[in-house]
Design a protein around this ligand. Structure first.
Ligand code: BES
Ligand code: ZN
Length: 458
């Protein structure tokens, strides 16, 4: 690599800025909601868009069918002797609901206040597109890349990546690489870029409590018949004690305590609790006793109800004992906790607490273990350089509380560590109404990505 090459790439990226924003807007216009089967045609359209872009850049690109939504695979591997980076991202997005809380519609990308608003703007279309754009710029401007790249962009991340492991295992040889690169996390804060070295894992399930054959008059039958909604609330209330400790037997068995080094590293990061509360519209933070907010978010397991429903949901009162009630539950897991074992433990615990007079139905959706990445590799050193070059600030090292299931699969199946380079911000409203991506972050991320290929190749 020589300096004039990267300079040429950076110039091309600079000149191309508004065109690139326009391209991203095209992708964001496609409502590729993987959770909703009515949008699976749109998911396929998004896959096609990604495929066409990668192919036009000069990569060999193809669409790989799975048992679910397709994976786009592309590669450019002519950098003889140079390392190989495997870039991963997802073209699927979360459902846009609640729709009426969006200032402009979720799938009509709009620029306001220096931000691009749309579902998927930061999670993950905007972020993965930074790599697609930097690869295209290198190939177009210099005619080659300083590293070999393999690109995997899937469409089922937001529903647990259930078909991705199969693809990784089947294509293990072809996917051979030295390091994985994923931009699907966030910076630490405003003007504080970060590299994430740890993610929590997850288990996701749904529990339904069934009572009488059909809804009943709560005056005529109430008091004598178990109310499934009441029972469900009781079950949920038993998941935690008053210190915020999860009560599922064996839940903490595998959890390794945080080291003093890590606790002090977390404590050294700037964190303004009252500004944080204000930004969320709450008046206090809460959680497991004995842990700081960053520890609770990044390194302690949780159990959360994601949705709860049952009985009458319409306007005005209605006096019934509902026939059933359901809760969607996820636990965030930390290193060494096993999602399969703990899903069983959760089911058993709920069954053990379930009174007679109702029947409990339990459904497991997906699971993924937590990950910790190697921070001492030469690839990590290259990533730090690239982030600093792109953002004008050295990155801080952080963990995150979210989950990217593929990261543990990369380690287990391909034997590689991942560089988690997040260009977004946790205040970008991912999974929420008015999701956005700061255009500055988009451009800095694209620049950092262009530098990354040079740094990894050097
Ligand atoms: N981009 C997120 C994960 C994320 C967000 C990590 C912010 C760190 C900081 C990703 O798309 C996501 O939301 N993943 C799901 C995975 C689940 C459905 C298996 C999650 O964490 O809920
Ligand atoms: Zn997400």
């Amino acid at each position: 690599m020589n300096d004039s090459e990267i300079q040429a790439v950076l110039r091309a990226l600079e000149e191309n800025r508004s065109h690139r924003v326009g391209q991203l807007q095209e992708l964001l216009r496609i409502p590729s909601v993987s959770a909703d089967s009515r949008h699976h045609g749109d998911c396929r359209a998004a896959a096609q868009w990604v495929l066409a872009h990668l192919a036009a850049s000069g990569c060999d690109a193809e669409l790989v069918e799975t048992a679910g939504l397709p994976i786009i695979y592309a590669e450019w591997t002519q950098a003889e002797g140079a390392p190989t980076a495997l870039i991963y991202g997802h073209y699927d997005v979360q459902p846009p609901d609640p729709l009426d809380e969006w200032t402009t519609p979720a799938f009509e990308p709009t620029i306001r206040d220096g931000c691009l608003f749309a579902r998927g703007a930061t999670d993950d279309k905007g972020q993965v597109f930074t790599h697609m754009a930097s690869i295209a710029a290198w190939l177009k401007t210099v005619g080659r890349l300083p590293v070999n790249v393999k690109v995997v962009i899937e469409g089922e991340e937001e529903v647990g990546s259930n078909n991705l492991e199969r693809f990784l295992a089947d294509q293990k040889k072809r996917l051979a690489c030295d390091v994985a690169v994923v931009s699907d996390t966030a910076q630490y804060g405003n003007g504080i870029p970060a590299i994430t070295y740890g993610l929590r894992g997850i288990l996701a399930c749904e529990v339904t409590v069934h009572g009488p054959r059909q809804d009943l008059h709560s005056g005529v039958f109430g008091g004598a018949v178990a109310n499934p909604a009441n029972v469900l609330c009781q079950l949920i209330s038993r998941l935690h004690d008053s210190h915020g400790r999860i009560q599922i037997p064996g839940f903490y068995d595998a959890v390794v305590p945080l080291t003093d080094e890590e606790r002090s590293a977390f404590a050294a990061l700037p964190f303004d609790e009252s500004a944080y509360c204000a930004s969320l519209g709450i008046d206090a933070l809460t959680g497991e006793v004995g842990y700081s907010t960053l520890e609770r978010r990044w390194a302690r397991p949780t159990c959360d109800v994601n949705g709860i429903f049952g009985g009458y949901q319409g306007e005005g009162p209605k006096t019934i004992v509902p026939a059933r009630a359901t809760a969607k539950i996820t636990c965030r897991l930390v290193p060494h906790q096993d999602p399969v074992k703990l899903t069983q433990a959760l089911e058993q615990f709920l069954r053990s607490q379930c009174p007679s007079g109702v029947r409990m139905e339990f459904r497991s959706y997906h699971g993924a273990p937590a990950v910790l990445c190697d921070t001492s590799s030469p690839y990590m050193a290259a990533a730090r350089q690239a982030v600093e070059a792109g953002f004008g600030q050295p990155p801080v090292m952080i963990r995150e509380g979210g989950t990217i299931p593929v990261v543990s699969s990369f380690k287990q199946i391909l034997g590689v560590d991942t560089l988690l380079l997040g260009w977004g911000r946790n205040s970008d409203n991912l999974h929420s109404p008015n999701e956005h991506f700061h255009l500055d972050d988009f451009h800095h991320g694209t620049t950092a990505s262009a530098h990354l290929w040079a740094a990894l190749g050097a």
